[in-house]
Design a protein around this ligand. Sequence first.
Ligand SMILES: [Zn+2]
Ligand SMILES: [Zn+2]
Length: 341
Amino acid sequence: MPLLLKKGENMPEIRKDYLMDRYVIIASERSKRPVLFKKTKAAKKKSNYDKQCPFCKGNEAMLPGINKEYNVKKGKSSDIIRIVPNKYEAAMQKGNPELKNDNVFYTYSSSYGIHEVIIETLEHGVDFEELPLNQLKKIIEVYIESTKELIGKPNIKYVSLFKNQGKEAGASINHTHSQIIGYNIVPELVKKKNKKAKEFFEKNNRCAYCEIIEREKNSYRRVFENNSFISFCPYASRFQFEVLLIPKRHFASLIDMDKKEIKDLAEALKKILTTLEKMGPTPFNIMFFNTHNVEDNKDYFHFHIEIAPRISNFAGFEIETETIINTTTPEDAASFYRENL
Ligand SMILES: [Zn+2]
Ligand SMILES: [Zn+2]
């Protein structure tokens, strides 16, 4: 049997679809995650401490460990950013990282890698965009350091960095945090993005994203711009109020950012997300798209960040056709951002 998992074993496993280049991670252990959400934003706001929350100051015994800590100045006091192992990991350094095929239809490997949580503050009930600018800056520096560390590890082929805010965006704990997963396959979407960017480059001798920036910076879809970053609601936005955030300078991975760019990215994230939240508490995902191979792909791949508000759910049509119906035009969404920034 092509099963790495035996009953009672909890190792996460990667499985490929019978025919399609589509992979899933089966991680049954993650179903045991506690879902810690207070019912309303008002209830959440009452306290900056929750006795059930493992990310809160004083509850360190509930964590599976602490990998690293960084101090941040917060006025006269200070705060701590922590990197901890994910207790319910989707990838672990165990088993066999090589994909194998048994009996034609069963392709699998261990979900081999490292899954960490970046706890962005010790304070409960503060949203990401509410954190002070210098703390957001430090968080981005931590993202860079963690990404660099994971890229170099054996058998790690891609490092995924993302943030979920709000239950509907997949967060199970409402204490602000990001996640980083380095694992043993390059996701198909990242491969596809690389391939398309490469094709454009070979045809036009120019990075597609650099060109897109030129086209969109004065369009009806523009959102916010500072010295280093530009943002707009993409022409074919899949999500209502989706924002694409791109550095003006061409580089392939967030690890290439300089100090000024880090500061400008913190500012852009804070501005855009604060504006989004003016609609009321809005769940969102932030996804950081790096190339998987910085050396080979640095000419044509351009680092970018997707902000996907999760206002509506996927229905049958979306799942069947991979075509998402978006009921807000990107032009209207962008005008909302510009008017409320
Ligand atoms: Zn907490
Ligand atoms: Zn570029």
